[in-house]
Design a protein around this ligand. Structure first.
Ligand code: 13P
Ligand code: SF4
Length: 350
């Protein structure tokens, strides 16, 4: 693990990173994508990092894959590809550059490495974990198989490579219901998100969905009462929830979908007021593209996603750290589960 002071000293010796209003002005086209949510003073502090990262990307022949939960200066300033978990996995297969910098959490970087093992995959902070990925091990999958013999295991991509390797197929929030519906058996094991599983169980009543008891620390905080109270306080708000929220929260919402599904819904429907029941950066990243939508209401931050910063991305490219490695035997088995998901999604037109 790096030492922040050493990192800052070394970076300041290698690059001019002091706030730079002139450079910020020159990069106005980038700033325009986030001017509703990032003030000009902050932009002047980000601009030197954005410029340095974009120059280093060329030097290293690197691409940045960034999840929709990254902050606006990452999402609009340095990312080459942005998307939800499924979109990032599909793009990871297609990367031709030598290096992938994964701006997201560790399981996403592992997925990129599994799908494209000849590439160097870097994550700017190894401690960017996920409460769901931490909730289950391969032993947990074995326990579920023993409890429900013969039932296929559908694991959320928010899992470690070992768990993927022990599963039959993966899913993401954008294809979970369709993947479960496509399984041949009546009983389907879903791990590790109990709430995603319960939401899928309702959408796919023909299956007996059983689940592991994991949860997302960001989405489990919302309650149905919060949404009811908010609607009463601010009538006319379109409420949109991620399916990692408990089912009664999803019931209180007007729409539920993956992070990209949420962006598409708001973009297509242009509600006057929208409350995104998910991670905070989602609304910030689309605020400028949708000036007619007023994003209202509380949001919760993912402490893991927020470990990724411009400073750490620059350090990552500067030092080529930290490379994500997956044991080749585990990677081979995990790839089968991830690739099955990608192939089935493409067949189903998702
Ligand atoms: P999406 O696949 O919807 O982007 O979700 C990933 C995630 O971690 C949400 O918490
Ligand atoms: Fe994991 Fe939840 Fe953070 Fe997504 S938001 S990375 S599911 S902890």
């Amino acid at each position: 693990m790096f030492d922040l002071n050493t990192m800052r000293l070394e970076l300041s010796e290698a690059y001019d990173l002091s706030p730079n209003p002139e450079l910020a002005e020159q990069m106005q086209d980038v700033y325009e994508k986030m001017s509703r949510v990032v003030n000009p003073v902050d932009w002047a502090t980000y601009a030197p990092y954005v410029a340095a990262i974009n120059a280093l990307k060329k030097e290293r022949n690197a691409v940045i894959l960034a999840h929709n939960y990254m902050t606006p200066e990452i999402y609009h300033g340095v990312a080459d590809v942005v998307g939800d978990s499924l979109q990032l996995a599909v793009k990871a297969v297609e990367v031709e550059a030598d290096v992938i910098v994964q701006c997201g959490v560790h399981f996403m970087a592992e997925t990129s490495k599994i799908l494209n093992p000849s590439k160097t995959v870097l994550i700017p902070d190894m401690e960017a974990g996920c409460s769901l990925a931490e909730s289950i091990t391969a032993d947990g999958i074995a326990q579920m198989r023993a409890k429900y013999p013969g039932a296929p295991v559908v694991s959320y991509v928010n899992t470690t490579a070992e768990v993927k390797a022990a599963s039959d197929i993966c899913c993401t929030s954008s294809n979970a219901a369709q993947i479960v519906a496509a399984m041949e058996n009546d009983t389907v094991i879903m791990t590790p998100d109990q709430y995603l599983a319960q939401n899928v169980a309702r959408d796919v009543p023909q299956k007996n969905v059983v689940w592991w008891e994991g949860s997302c620390i960001v989405h489990e905080q919302y309650t149905a009462q919060d949404l009811k109270d908010f609607r009463e306080w601010n009538p006319g708000t379109s409420i949109i929830a991620h399916p990692e929220c408990p089912p009664d929260v999803v019931d209180e919402s007007d729409f539920s979908g993956s992070t990209s599904g949420i962006i598409k819904f708001v973009t297509d429907n242009r509600p006057e007021k929208a409350m995104l029941v998910t991670e905070c950066s989602m609304a910030s990243n689309i605020a400028d593209a949708l000036p007619d939508v007023d994003f209202v209401g509380p949001c919760n931050m993912c402490p893991f996603m927020k470990k990724i910063t411009l400073e750490k991305i620059l350090w990552s490219l500067h030092t080529m750290s930290e490379p994500v490695e997956v044991d080749p035997n585990v990677a081979q088995k995990a790839k089968v589960a991830v690739q099955r998901m990608i192939d089935l999604s493409q067949k189903l037109g998702i």
